[in-house]
Design a protein around this ligand. Structure first.
Ligand code: CA
Length: 224
């Protein structure tokens, strides 16, 4: 998935970015209110991790601006403030969840998965399409009940497709979930990952609509 990280603490930001990238996510990092506002006005993210104490203002401004233009991108607020008032203000401003620093990385990723599940309208944590299952929490994939080993980026491509069975995702949309700014995008990378996934999950598991994109399940139909 593509994540925007709004955080002025370099140590926290770099460790989060490294950990999220290792799981195959695209992470873009901005450090102040103006950069966050500008980025969110021009680009689409699957999730925003938002610090509140930022140079140039309060992260809550970023959140209020986002919600004021009816952008419902999921937002998890990260902050050192632990007063009840701040928590309430964050949630009232439209945050999906709230995490007080310091936190464990595992807790953050569990909350990210929970927010995306609620947003996706699927309560079941494990995604299933046909005989293939994908568990975002354990990062396990099975085919006909047998475990399938995937690289982090193969997993990221498969997860993006399985979150929306039947939906067509273009190569550019999939690249967006794999690469942040400044990452070198290998040409043809998406085709290579799709090829690997077909080899591991069955040639027909991922469909192609030529010139439009890739899908799992029935195109326009949902899970099969
Ligand atoms: Ca801060």
């Amino acid at each position: 998935m593509r994540v925007l990280l709004v955080e002025d603490d370099r140590m926290i930001a770099e460790s989060l970015r490294t950990a999220l990238r290792a799981e195959g996510h695209a992470v873009d990092w901005v450090r102040d209110v103006a950069a966050a506002q500008g980025t969110l006005a021009s680009e689409q993210f699957d999730l925003v991790l938002l610090d509140l104490g930022l140079p140039g203002g309060d992260g809550l401004q970023v959140l209020r601006t986002l919600r004021a233009r009816r952008d419902d991108t999921p937002v998890i607020v990260l902050t050192a403030r632990d007063g009840t008032g701040d928590r309430v203000a964050g949630l009232d401003a439209g945050a999906d969840d709230y995490l007080v620093k310091p936190f464990e990385y595992e807790e953050l990723t569990a909350r990210m998965r929970a927010v995306l599940r609620r947003r996706g309208g699927h309560a079941a944590p494990v995604l299933q399409v046909g005989t293939v299952t994908l568990d975002p929490a354990t990062r396990q994939v099975t085919r006909d009940g047998a475990p399938v080993l995937l690289s982090a980026r193969e997993f990221a491509v498969l997860e993006a497709l399985m979150q929306r069975p039947g939906a067509l995702l273009s190569r550019a949309q999939l690249e967006d979930k794999l690469y942040g700014w400044g990452d070198a995008v290998e040409s043809n990378a998406v085709s290579v990952y799709v090829h690997q996934l077909r080899r591991k999950l069955g040639a027909d598991f991922i469909g192609t609509m030529r010139g439009v994109g890739y899908y799992v399940g029935r195109p326009g139909g949902g899970a099969t």
